[in-house]
Design a protein around this ligand. Structure first.
Ligand code: PLP
Length: 385
């Protein structure tokens, strides 16, 4: 038995705040005092800073990553009668926004070693109604954007990158979000660049799309009280922009810490027979929003639970928290019964949904804590080196 030192959380956002508390507080107080709570110079300044970080012309901030995706689809005129291809192994928001526009999500299976869209399976899902593809850079790992863009361009499809978990990740020398027509980001507190509340942004090099996005996020209005289309209220609060402005310059350092932790996990776990470690594609530099392994094996002592759940429970008993992203793929969600998918249709996504465990991952995770996670995990697999 290993000795239990302390408990290790799956993530911890308080430590990060504690380290930048003075700067963040000063920035927030400035907003409180200046009275520009919606829009204004601080939001514009953050938009410029986020665009510059990505080397793109335009950034449109909005209320969440979900809205970033929804507004992008709307700006690209996708709706009723259209189909949009995406992965069934993602957070519901990716598909939910397709449905919200009136379009139909069409799923394509994943590569079980990367958890991302199997780019070679996309072509078979394209019909005359297909208008766009939403690749999701899941857990911070870039999708094979070279292969994906080739297919998209040869079929004249728009590409909306879901970068909610991958701010700062790189594919083939380019930051994710800059490769498709638009890149969508979430500033949900546990994302790589997190606000202290909801927030999101869209980046693009297409000025016409940016104009459309700004109209849609503000009630379909360019000129105040003149409404050209049905939009939404989806603006980034100045207080969140003030916080993000302080945090963005630190993102690369935090991502680097995540990369070190991921390398260490991979080195320590690659030889464990019950574990499959996540694979990175050669062209990608991931930012590890999650470090997600797959486990498979026999449950000792004849327990009837799923092996993955059994392992997690034992880890939790020893003080190590973990998460399951995601326990059920989207094609098998109750809300998508109407799409007519069946169990067995996407074996990759279904298989990993039974096997995944996301281990503690946040930049402030200490070496001691990580060592505890690794030894506890090995112990709970009943593995002996
Ligand atoms: C978090 C997330 C979203 C939604 O972002 P919110 O800011 O929570 O609305 C969309 N897609 C993926 C893959 C996410 O992880």
């Amino acid at each position: 038995m290993i000795q239990r030192v302390n408990s290790v959380p799956a993530f911890d956002i308080q430590q990060q705040y504690a380290r930048i508390e003075a700067e963040v507080s000063a920035s927030v107080l400035e907003v409180l005092a200046n009275g520009r709570y919606i829009g204004g110079p601080i939001v514009t300044s953050f938009e410029q800073q986020f665009a510059a970080y990505h080397g793109v012309d335009e950034c449109v901030a909005c209320n969440s990553g979900t809205d970033a995706l929804y507004l992008s689809l709307r700006a690209l005129k996708i709706g009723q009668g259209d189909e949009v291809i995406t992965t069934p192994f993602t957070f519901i928001a990716t598909a939910e926004v397709i449905s919200a526009t009136g379009a139909k999500p069409v799923f394509v299976d994943i590569d079980t070693t990367t958890f991302n869209l199997d780019v070679t399976a996309i072509a078979a899902a394209i019909t005359s109604k297909t208008k766009a593809i939403i690749p999701v850079h899941l857990f911070g790992q870039p999708v094979d954007m070279t292969g994906l863009m080739e297919i998209a361009q040869s079929h004249n499809l728009a590409v909306i990158e879901d970068c909610a978990q991958s701010t700062g990740a790189i594919w083939d020398g380019k930051k994710v979000g800059t490769i498709g027509q638009v890149g969508c980001f979430s500033f949900y507190p546990t994302k790589n660049l997190g606000a202290c509340g909801d927030g999101g942004a869209i980046i693009t090099n297409d000025p016409a799309i940016a104009v459309q996005l700004r109209i849609l996020r503000d009630h379909g209005s360019k000129v105040k009280y003149i409404h050209e289309e049905i939009g939404v209220n989806s603006r980034l609060d100045a207080i969140q922009a003030a916080i993000l402005r302080i945090k963005l310059p630190l993102l690369d350092t935090w991502n680097y810490q995540r990369q070190l932790l991921a390398n260490n996990y991979s080195e320590s776990l690659s030889q464990v027979p019950e574990i499959v470690i996540p694979q990175e594609l050669p062209g990608g530099v991931g930012v590890w929003n999650q470090y997600t392994i797959r486990v498979s094996g026999d449950i000792r002592n004849g327990a009837s639970a799923k092996y993955r759940d059994w392992v997690r429970e034992r880890m939790q008993e020893q003080g190590v928290s973990s998460m399951v992203y995601y326990p059920r793929p989207l094609h098998l969600q109750p809300v998508y019964q109407n799409l007519g998918y069946a169990v067995g249709q996407f074996p990759g996504a279904e298989r990993v949904s039974h096997e995944v465990i996301s281990l503690p991952m946040f930049p402030e995770l200490t070496q001691e804590q990580q060592a505890q996670v690794i030894s506890t995990l090995k112990d709970c697999l009943a593995y002996t080196a």
